[in-house]
Design a protein around this ligand. Structure first.
Ligand code: FAD
Length: 633
């Protein structure tokens, strides 16, 4: 049965995490008939798993905080490879997006005088993460969903139909974007439960599909994160940037094996937790790189004083950006100072009272008790790096989120987009990123729809037939490999050869393996029918994981330096020349992955002036700094 259910919308948002929901709200507020499509259950997205909080320079805990300090921290965290305009918009608009959430019904934790409480996180100069215990993402999603329900009630009052303005299609996976020339015309997908096919005719699509972590073996990501949006964009003629930059979060669970990779929030360190090796040494003091030396404590005493007197002491080195901490842990384990399960100890039990831990970190307490039988109020946790976040993504226009490349009508926001975080994302900057740029993408998708009024691109039946054929192919093959076996091999290649520490020979090997996997992925066979068939779903996801992995491996081989989430053992230093370059990935005529160098936009002089010249010299060439002028106080 190849019957296809057809729907017409002004704007289709693919993804129901924070970026997708915020974009959909904005498109609906602009009067556009909007669909939200979600591969998983509605409400189940990475956003809901976010624990620590959303970064916004509200200055509630320290009046010295403002957008300029947040901008500086974000650029430093990304090692100056960030799209500066995105970092600027993000720092300026994040506080408004947080306050706006409270008008939708969110309730963040409070300070004693009733302001939104903000917590410390790695790389942020001041306490900046608005939070709800360690369940911030849950509150964010709950509130955005509540706003959607309230809009649906308004629509019901006006039209008698709750879904006339905004409708959610949960457990529906988009497998193909459909173009008319170089314009978006629609999206094709299937429902998870019944395997029915759906076609959405629409001139504007917002991609908000999140990350790519499932191409790695050890990851904090859940099953949906197979790089679908990245691959859909590529196939539609858009480009990806910075795909070599993956964030390996320093603290994932390492024991028992069944839970390896599950995230341990950075809030544990923000709230006083420290890292120790098997000899009991607090080792992070040995790993503060020169570029950060001025901002981090040199002794344990100073580091400990910082928690209560941050104005007169420097930060503990456990709160360095994630890439630094992950590399340090990797080195300790490699030097034979790891725990029995191959991790490092994260200890908050000896540093804070049980009452404090239970109040601030209830989910972590529950997680370790249930999954590892460890009581974190009494015992240290065993942790190690886990693939967590992709800095790379769809190349977008910073103001509108419109995808670069040849396609029109395609927008991207949240983790699927690239540029904002440069080579490394600071914790807490994702939740704020997806609110700021989700809103912008929704708004600009709506404006684009107005611009094509009267000349909406039509969907050609031949394209729909092609999408059906591709979707059914793994079920119709009489021979072919089991998708789980191919997936296992793909994960192994990425984990072993394109992991946290990279080398030329291994990256070259990875590309050979990925080339072999191309043929295997194209021939996987799923047994069974279309009704709730995870093997079939995986068979379709595999081609996305493969193409995204090829972009990552190619870019990782090309970039001959170490920066943020890309560490080359054979090129261990940052190189100012490479800071001037984005690596742009696109698909060639026979779907081969092509890579080109593109100059990174020059940072506006008044933004450069926010930094001290001595700091900029660590990242930039003399030529780039020729017109430097410090900002006036
Ligand atoms: P997501 O929330 O990941 O949502 C993606 C959506 O796209 C989902 O609805 C999914 O079903 C859908 N989708 C994917 N593919 C398809 C398809 N083919 N068709 C249809 N739908 C599709 N960041 C912070 O700032 N602070 C934190 O404290 C924090 N903690 C985290 C904790 C964990 C455990 C994890 C995994 C991440 C954490 N992050 C945190 C990162 C942050 O949560 C994510 O980067 C962010 O939520 C991504 O939001 P998003 O809206 O871009 O996508």
């Amino acid at each position: 049965n190849t019957a296809i259910e057809r729907h017409q919308y002004d704007v289709v948002v693919i993804g129901a995490g924070g970026a997708g929901l915020r974009a959909a709200i904005e498109a609906r507020l602009a009067g556009k008939k909007t669909a939200i499509i979600s591969k998983s259950l509605f409400g189940k997205a990475h956003t809901v798993m976010a624990e620590g909080g959303a970064a916004a320079a509200m200055g509630n805990m320290n009046a010295n905080d403002n957008w300029m300090v947040h901008f500086r921290d974000t650029m430093r965290g990304g090692k100056f490879l960030n799209n500066f305009r995105m970092a600027e918009l993000h720092a300026k608009e994040a506080p408004d997006r947080i306050w706006e959430l409270e008008t939708y019904g969110a309730l963040f934790d409070r300070t004693k005088d009733g302001k939104i409480s903000q917590r410390n996180f790695g790389g942020h100069e001041y306490p900046r993460l608005a939070h709800v215990g360690d369940r911030t993402g849950l509150e964010l999603i709950r509130t955005l969903q509540q706003k959607i329900v309230s809009l649906q009630q308004e629509d019901f009052a006006a039209t008698g139909d709750y879904e006339s303005g905004i409708r959610v299609f949960a457990e529906t996976t988009i497998t193909e974007l459909i173009l008319n020339g170089d314009r978006i015309a629609g999206a094709f997908g299937y429902t998870r439960e019944k395997g029915d096919f759906l076609l959405f005719e629409t001139p504007a699509i917002v991609l908000a599909t999140g990350g790519v972590g499932k191409s790695y073996k050890v990851t904090s990501n859940s099953w949906e994160y197979t790089g679908d949006g990245h691959a859909l964009a590529l196939r539609a003629g858009a480009t990806l940037i910075n795909m070599e930059f993956l964030q390996f979060h320093p603290t994932g669970m390492v024991w028992p094996p069944s839970v390896k990779g599950i995230l341990v929030t950075e809030s544990v360190r923000g709230d006083g937790g420290i890292l120790k090796n098997s000899e009991g040494k607090r080792f992070m003091f040995d790993y503060v790189p020169d570029v950060f030396r001025k901002q981090y404590a040199e002794t344990e005493e100073e580091a400990d004083r910082w928690y209560t007197d941050p104005d007169n002491n420097r930060r503990p080195p456990e709160l360095l950006p994630r890439d630094e901490v992950a590399r340090a842990i990797n080195s300790e384990v490699k030097a034979g100072r790891g725990t029995p399960a191959g991790g490092i100890y994260l200890d908050i039990a000896s540093r804070r009272s049980p009452e404090f831990i239970l109040k601030r970190l209830p989910s972590m307490h529950h997680q370790f008790k249930e999954l590892a039988d460890v009581d974190i109020t009494k015992q240290p946790m065993e942790i190690g790096p886990t693939c967590h976040y992709v800095m790379g993504g769809v190349e977008v226009d910073p103001e509108s989120g419109a995808a670069a490349g040849t396609v029109q009508g395609l927008f991207a926001a949240g983790e699927v987009s690239g540029g904002m975080h440069g080579s490394n994302r600071l914790g807490g900057n994702s939740l704020s990123d997806l609110l700021v740029f989700g809103k912008r993408a929704g708004e600009h998708a709506a404006t684009y729809v107005d611009s094509v009024a009267g000349s909406r691109p039509a969907v050609a039946q031949s394209d729909v037939d092609g999408a059906v054929r591709t979707a059914l192919a793994p079920l119709e093959r009489t021979e072919g490999e089991n998708p789980y076996e191919v997936w296992h091999d793909l994960q192994q290649v990425m984990q072993d050869l394109v992991g946290i520490i990279r080398r030329k020979s291994e990256l070259e090997d990875s590309l050979k393996h990925l080339a072999d996997l191309r043929g295997r992925v194209a021939n996987v066979r799923a047994t069974g029918g279309r009704k709730f068939n995870p093997g079939w779903h995986l068979a379709l996801d595999l081609r996305n994981m493969l193409v995204v992995s090829e972009c990552t491996a190619k870019a990782a081989l090309e970039r001959e330096e170490s920066r943020g989430g890309h560490t080359r053992e054979d090129f261990p230093e940052m190189d100012p020349k490479w800071r001037q370059v984005n690596l742009v990935c696109s698909l060639g005529p026979s779907s081969e992955v092509a890579l080109r160098h593109q100059p990174i936009p020059e940072i506006r002089p008044e933004l450069l002036g926010l930094f001290e010249l001595s700091e900029l010299k660590k990242y930039m060439t003399e030529q780039e700094l020729a017109s430097y002028k410090p900002a006036e106080d």
